[in-house]
Design a protein around this ligand. Sequence first.
Ligand code: SME
Length: 161
Amino acid sequence: MSFTAQTLSGDKPEQYAQLAAQARALLSGETDRIANAANLAALLYHSLPDFNWAGFYFFDGRELVVGPFQGLPACVRIPLDKGVCGAAARTRQTQRVEDVEAFPGHIACDAASRSELVIPLVKGDALVGVLDLDSPRVARFDADDQQGMENIARIFVESLE
Ligand code: SME
């Protein structure tokens, strides 16, 4: 298979609809979570502006462990009571943080990160992990980004067996 990145066009919801179609095509017929997470991290990181990190943490039954990502090397393990990722995993609610410096307990893996969007990945009743997106720009993520990324996260979870 060869993949050609398509330029996204239109307003944000339109761009996310195009991105979702690309994600579905990329994951189609594959259930391996490492393969799908790796390709999805690459797709997200290279399709959208102002990201310094895009990737996955998986829940190992105790804490979050870093999975496939694009960006600088990151913290390997995050307890559920720590950081933005831990909060998303613990509450199973998306965390959209406009300024990470104002978030108590934020873990600075990359000092460049200024805003963050973390979406919990839940299959059935089971916590799979989180999708974590970091930006060097304050307030990079708005409600359209949240909705668009929650849809992408759903496509990932549905691809798993
Ligand atoms: N900032 C995150 C940690 C993960 S990295 O940014 C890749 C947090 O506070 O949970």
